[in-house]
Design a protein around this ligand. Structure first.
Ligand SMILES: C=C1C[C@]23C[C@@]1(O)CC[C@H]2[C@@]12CCC[C@@](C)(C(=O)O1)[C@H]2[C@@H]3C(=O)O
Ligand SMILES: O=C(O)CCC(=O)C(=O)O
Ligand SMILES: [Fe+2]
Length: 362
């Protein structure tokens, strides 16, 4: 049995530079110093868009209708240029999106003491706590999270002694739908590069995606007294093949483009955001860009998001598709399993990709 996502951080306990306790966000009228970010705490904190012509002001990630006959090429283009896009006609029922949003709101609305009953351990993946990347920053993020890997039954029983089974059903249905959608999106994106199932042996063995696994990350960004100085979730790329993100009707997600700076992804009710993760960047031999993104907060509305983080089972080695590597070149990256990559990231954070890059012989 290959190691599961649940075990990846056994040897990589999280060490937070600040107090481990979640504050009671609702009682704070002023941003405590430990939550006040400056460019010193994150070099890209204030990276504004470069002065640009007026037409570029509203530029944001592409919005793609999956029923459009040219959807595959549009997805491929978005993966190469932005590393992110939004989708409509994705087939996930609106009712299910509303259910997962309700579940998320209800979870974070519980009293802190109850949430802490399901606190994530230092070496664990699942449960309530701050994002794992918190250990790489001196300042704290204005958010709380809940990660689900495998069955949420044990944790949910602690959170909702009465209603946990209903909530487990919602998570199960959501993950089922997301798995199918993620696999569809991956093949659409690869087909735009002329890559088909025969070219990716490990993925084509099983058409029902039994080679994949996922984590669900629920995020809550409470209303913030001084949003300009706060950071909801600091800039990062996801380690996944693909991440499918649902955001409630409150802006906050931003993606980074070298030429544009931070660009806001406007919430479009009923649509989903798709991010290219580091493993897809590796698989595509660097053609698809894993998108640097972050979440900002605001003064009037709490924000919720649900990220479906999707990648291969832990025994699968990901390496650049041979078809995408020129015969005279070496592949850009060495092969790596998701577990190995997550462990590299747990130590080296945003340098993880460069750690597994093949460097040209001089
Ligand atoms: C599968 C995973 C991806 C993730 C680490 C994790 O084991 C579970 C949580 C995921 C998450 C969600 C918030 C942002 C992120 C960088 C983090 O700290 O935890 C991602 C991780 C990732 O993609 O590397
Ligand atoms: O809340 C968001 O919009 C981003 C969340 C995110 O990036 C993540 O959970 O990995
Ligand atoms: Fe993310």
């Amino acid at each position: 049995m290959p190691a599961m996502l649940t075990d990846v951080f056994r040897g990589h306990p999280i060490h937070l530079p600040h107090s481990h306790h979640q504050p009671d966000f609702t009682s704070l009228r002023e941003l405590p110093d430990s939550y006040s970010w400056t460019p010193k705490d994150d070099i890209l904190f204030a990276a504004a868009a470069a002065p640009s012509p007026p037409t570029a002001v509203d530029e944001t990630i592409p919005f793609i209708d999956l029923d459009h006959p040219d959807a595959a090429n549009q997805i491929g283009h978005a993966c190469r240029t932005w590393g992110a896009f939004q989708i409509a006609n994705h087939g996930v029922p609106l009712r299910l999106l509303q259910d997962i949003e309700f579940l998320t709101g209800s979870l974070f609305g519980l009293p802190v003491q109850r949430k802490l009953k399901a606190a994530r351990s230092e070496t664990g993946v699942s449960g309530y706590g701050v994002a794992r990347i918190a250990s790489f920053f001196n300042k704290q993020m204005w958010s709380e999270g809940f990660t689900i890997t495998g069955s949420p039954l044990n944790d949910f029983r602690k959170l909702w002694p009465q209603l946990h089974l209903n909530y487990c059903d919602i998570v199960e249905e959501y993950e089922e739908r997301m798995k199918k959608l993620a696999s569809k999106l991956m093949w659409l994106a690869l087909s735009s590069l002329g890559v088909s199932e025969e070219d990716v042996q490990w993925a084509s063995l099983n058409s029902d995606s039994n080679w994949a696994q996922a984590a669900l990350q629920l995020n809550h960004y409470p209303v913030c007294p001084q949003p300009d100085r706060a950071m909801g979730l600091a800039a990062h790329t996801d380690s996944t093949l693909l991440t499918i993100l649902y955001q409630n009707n409150t802006a906050g997600l931003q993606v980074f483009r070298d030429d544009l700076g931070w660009v806001t992804v406007p919430p479009v009710p009923g649509s989903l955001v798709v991010n290219v993760g580091d493993l897809f960047h590796i698989l595509s031999n660097g053609l698809f860009k894993s998108v640097l993104h972050r979440a900002r907060v605001n003064q009037t509305r709490a924000r919720l998001s649900v990220a479906f983080l999707w990648g291969p089972q832990s025994d699968i080695k990901i390496s650049p598709v041979p078809k995408l590597v020129s015969p005279v070149d070496t592949p850009l990256y060495r092969s790596v399993t998701w577990t190995e990559y997550l462990q590299t990231k747990a130590t080296h954070f945003n340098k993880a990709l460069s750690m597994i890059r093949n460097h040209k012989e001089e």
